[in-house]
Design a protein around this ligand. Structure first.
Ligand code: UDP
Length: 470
């Protein structure tokens, strides 16, 4: 144990990035490796349920580093550009000092950094200090491929998209393998920004840096994204597809490799009363609604969803985050009519144990923003989706859910009660059978990949072996 490697994991400061990397941390520790999980100070303070190093994981350590923003900065999506700039300037310098210390002076020197694909400053620093660095891409691979093609799309004048007269249904050219599928509206959301905007530039830099790392870890499974992976793989000397990470963790628990289900799976305190409510609902009758942890919606959109859900006649369990609604006063996050009107058929919570909810037998549909974790969790649980993407990789994830994997319907760029009602009815009843046929096939592939002998199981072993050889 004394001579085991020490890995430093560095997520982007957002729950959707921290969660899969924590699953990886747990799997690496289980293999006896030492892991330091480095959060920003703000995230470290807000994750009240971070596990303590315990007898189960004696080789797991938590550390934190400043994100460079003042304590009272809201750090929300509207101001994400400020966070990105601060990470590149302030955090980068602090990271250099920390890694210099951990890779030389520490009694267990850090031998490898696994850095989030959008924390690429770590690549420069690790290289400068002679520490091996591997990229962890927390978004979907089907979004990574257009990202990797950005220089070509820019050169050909295909970006930005979404201008006043832009035909968003026009097909994108120049992303091999995605012709005839990828419309302008399906491109990652940053493609809707001006090319000289800080956020667009931030992503261009990140992608450039990540291609300079020797290896890439992807939270997906081969059989789900074989065609896309075949384009990405030649650009990296090694690719480890080890997803869905939460299912890989579960499979290790089932095989008694891990001592217990990690408390990591719920980073925030969940309102468990919804589980009791679900127990009282009939089989596959409930629509679970969650739009993730970062996106914002207008109050008018929230009401459209509410009307659509009520009109569909289906019971629903809805996560309405306190900071979900754009511009809402903190003390009145949920409109009065929603609180009153949901009593009959709906149940509102501010944080649900999502994976447990999706696995509950009462849940029959998932109205989701298609964050990559949520999309994979929907797949693992075999719950067909109605997709309302807003940010990042969500636009392309929803396209793949509806047109490639055929396990849901995409309502991208629309938000009206009749479409919501119609799509919920389709997923829960009219088109359920056809979607469940595709879903059952994909669920089986996912489970095969994470079980002993499967590609994700094997790739994790390979990753651990390669890290040990550094
Ligand atoms: N999540 C949860 N309970 C909630 C809402 C979200 O556990 O009430 C978890 C969800 O299971 C997922 C993560 O938060 O793992 C959100 O990540 P995702 O990539 O889906 O979206 P993001 O929040 O990054 O947009």
């Amino acid at each position: 144990m004394e001579h085991q490697p020490h890995i430093l994991l560095l997520p982007f400061p957002a729950l959707g990035h921290i969660k899969p990397l924590l699953s990886l941390a747990e799997l690496l520790c289980q293999a006896g490796l030492h892991v330091t999980f480095l959060n920003t100070d703000h995230m470290h303070r807000s994750l009240t349920r971070l596990p303590q190093p315990s007898s189960h994981f004696p080789t797991l350590y938590f550390d934190f580093i400043s994100d460079g923003l003042p304590t009272d900065h809201p750090r929300n999506m509207k101001l994400i550009g400020e966070l990105m700039i601060s990470l590149k300037s302030v955090t980068k310098q602090r990271f250099r000092d920390l890694l210099a210390e951990l890779s030389t002076k520490s009694e267990r020197p850090v031998t490898c950094v696994i850095a989030d694909g959008i924390m690429s400053f770590a690549v420069d620093i690790a290289k400068e200090l002679g520490v091996r660095v591997i990229t962890f891409w927390a978004f979907s691979p089907c979004c990574l491929w257009p990202f990797l093609c950005l220089p070509k799309l820019i050169e050909e004048g295909q970006l930005p998209v979404g201008g006043e007269d832009d035909d968003m249904d026009r097909m994108v050219k120049g992303v091999p393998g995605m012709e005839g599928l990828l419309r302008r509206r399906d491109l990652p959301s940053i493609c809707r920004r001006q090319l000289d905007s800080p956020i667009f530039q931030f992503y261009v830099e990140q992608i450039k840096a990540m291609t300079q790392t020797s290896a890439l870890i992807l939270n997906t499974f081969d059989r789900l994204e074989d065609p896309t992976l075949s384009y990405i793989a030649p650009l990296f000397s090694k690719i480890y597809t080890i997803g869905p990470l939460t299912a890989l963790l579960t499979s290790h628990i089932e095989h008694d490799i891990l001592p217990s289900l990690s408390s990591f799976n719920n980073l925030c305190e969940a309102d468990r009363s919804c589980m009791t409510w679900l127990d009282s609902q009939s089989l596959r009758s409930v629509v679970y609604v969650s739009f993730g942890t970062t996106g914002l919606m207008k109050r008018s959109q929230l009401l459209e969803f509410w009307h659509g859900l009520v009109n569909s006649g289906k019971p629903f369990l809805w996560v309405v985050r306190r900071d979900d609604i754009e511009g809402a006063e903190a003390e009145h996050p949920i409109p009065e009519e929603l609180q009153v009107g949901t009593k009959e058929r709906g149940f509102l919570v501010d944080w649900a144990p999502q994976e447990e909810v999706l696995a509950h037998q009462a849940v029959g549909g998932f109205l989701t923003h298609n964050g990559w974790n949520s999309t994979l969790e929907g797949i693992v649980a075999g719950v067909p989706m109605v997709c309302w993407p807003t940010l990042a990789d969500q636009q392309i994830n929803s396209r793949w859910v509806s047109e490639v994997w055929r396990i849901g319907l995409d309502m991208k760029d629309t938000c009206d009660r009749s479409t919501i009602e119609m799509m919920i009815r389709a997923v829960m009843e009219e088109r359920r059978e056809e979607m469940m046929r595709s879903m059952d096939r994909i669920v089986k592939l996912a489970h095969d990949c994470v079980n002993h002998g499967g590609s994700s199981y094997h790739n994790l072993d390979k990753l651990i072996e390669d890290i040990k050889e550094i």
